[in-house]
Ligand binder design. Structure first.
Ligand code: EPZ
Length: 429
């Protein structure tokens, strides 16, 4: 299993190109199930999750091709994926595939919308919490589907097709919003999804669906109105920049000090994160093509932050912020309100010398001037990258085990950081 070795204590200086967003790419790929014509996605990051989902969609009959790079094109431009679901050959998403990647459960929506039936394995829990699917099932029922659980599978059918309806999410869910929005594009009549997730990735998928001929309004608001259409057609869509990757590198610079220009991204996608980083005493400046982040000398100030649905501070940045706050001058309080078990990084950060106490959903981080390198273990994607941030700032050597978690969501992480002066390498075995 690959490991990452970091020699800590070096400031980051230079430029990092931000990739397309993983959490937009995955539902965009799933949206290809809705049309018999080709969906072409550009700015697609080269990630393990994208490859896994390609195989899962292949099982349903989607033909996925990855266009090669043209001469002179840099690896920063992302890849082009062409997905053609001319015929859905199988409406079952089996356990052995869904258990590899939770988001593949979202095929439920488009399969139900287009084929009027779906049999999708329950995804099960994961390292960050129990993650139930009740909202998906209730929402599909609201659209007229008959939904049953059978042997660990969700079996859903809608003879004659789905019917538009109002559905009020009792809790904001990104995945259930994606799934029901996709299903409703091919339902008869109007659907209103109320208290829907407003994450930029949901808006990106909605914009792509509209290019495919869907009629979705209320994009960027918690009330999506979807007027069903007979069929969707092919289109080409560029994936929006990854706001979590952007925020992660911004926090890495805040941790190590230095001056880095993050290109190909947008400050408006992560205002709450930028505000928190600025409040630590780090400079963040929005530019035409991204963000410039710098910190020289001055100590980091502690913060009090709670995670919440967009536009508030994202749960996917909580671990990285915690790593940063271990270096602050004073106590920070970080509350996780989205996932009940997303603190696996706490014990690993402690191996580097961090002093963090947990009380329910709140972590108090007793900041100190230094961390010391150690051998640690990645537990999930964002937890892993919090260890990278801590390792970059720690003195001495840090070895991160189980880096396959990182490969699910961070493209060319070692290369991007090494280009800015970090002493980081992958140890392959
Ligand atoms: C998406 O997961 C993201 N995944 C997650 O990113 C992200 O952490 C999460 O949204 C929150 O922003 C992708 O986009 C692929 P939710 P999702 O449904 O959709 C509860 C990463 O590291 N809930 O918005 O699975 C749920 O348990 C990841 O990139 C129900 O109770 O998250 C949680 O407490 C990991 N019933 C809350 O809602 C349901 O039926 C929000 O989860 C569905 C969800």
């Amino acid at each position: 299993m690959d490991r990452i070795r970091i020699g800590g204590g070096r400031p980051l200086n230079g430029q990092i190109a931000i990739s397309g967003a993983k959490n937009a790419t995955l539902p965009l790929m799933i949206a290809s199930l809705l049309s018999a014509e080709t969906l072409s996605l550009t700015n697609v990051p080269n990630l393990a999750d994208v490859n896994t989902l390609s195989r899962i969609l292949g099982n349903h009959g989607v033909d996925v091709t990855i266009a090669g790079k043209r001469a002179g094109e840099s690896p920063d431009h992302g890849r082009t994926l062409r997905l053609s679901a001319a015929e859905i050959v199988d409406t079952t998403a089996p356990y052995e595939l869904v258990s590899r990647m939770r988001a593949s459960f979202w095929v439920l929506g488009p399969l139900l919308g287009r084929c009027h039936e779906a049999r999708v394995s329950l995804p099960g829990g994961c390292a960050i919490g129990t993650r139930p699917v009740d909202l998906f099932l209730d929402g599909c029922r609201a659209l007229g589907a008959r939904v049953e659980l059978d042997g660990g599978y969700v079996v859903a059918s809608a003879k004659g097709g789905l019917k538009g309806a109002d559905y009020v999410f009792p809790k904001v869910s990104v995945g259930a919003t994606h799934t029901l929005m996709m299903a409703a594009t091919l339902a008869r009549g109007r659907t209103r999804l109320i208290n829907a997730a407003c994450e930029p990735e949901v808006s990106d998928v909605a914009a792509c669906l509209n290019k495919m001929g869907a009629q979705i309004s209320g994009i960027d608001t918690p009330e999506l109105v979807i007027d069903g259409v007979e069929r969707l057609h092919g289109t080409s869509h560029g994936v929006l920049p990854d706001r979590i990757e952007t925020g992660t590198y911004a926090m890495a610079v805040a941790a190590t000090g230095g001056d880095v220009y993050l290109t190909g991204t947008r400050a408006d996608l992560l205002e709450s994160v930028i505000e928190v980083i600025k409040s630590t005493g780090t400079q963040v400046e929005a530019t035409n093509d991204g963000l410039r982040v710098s910190r020289n000398g001055a100590g980091l100030k502690p913060v009090t932050v709670s995670t919440a649905p967009y536009p508030e501070f994202p749960t996917d940045m909580q671990a990285q912020l915690m790593a940063l706050m271990t270096l602050a001058e004073g106590d920070s309080q970080i509350t996780e309100t989205i996932f009940e078990n997303r603190f696996m990084h706490v014990q690993e950060l402690a191996r580097l010398g961090a002093d963090i106490s947990l009380d329910g959903e709140t972590a108090t981080v007793h900041g100190g001037p230094s961390l010391n390198g150690a051998e640690v273990m990645a537990t999930d994607l964002r937890a892993s990258v919090s260890l990278v941030i801590a390792g970059l700032a720690a003195s001495g050597e840090t070895i991160i085990n189980r880096v396959y978690h990182l490969d699910r969501g961070f493209e060319r992480l070692e290369q991007k950081l090494a280009a800015c002066g970090a002493d980081i390498e992958r140890l392959t075995s």
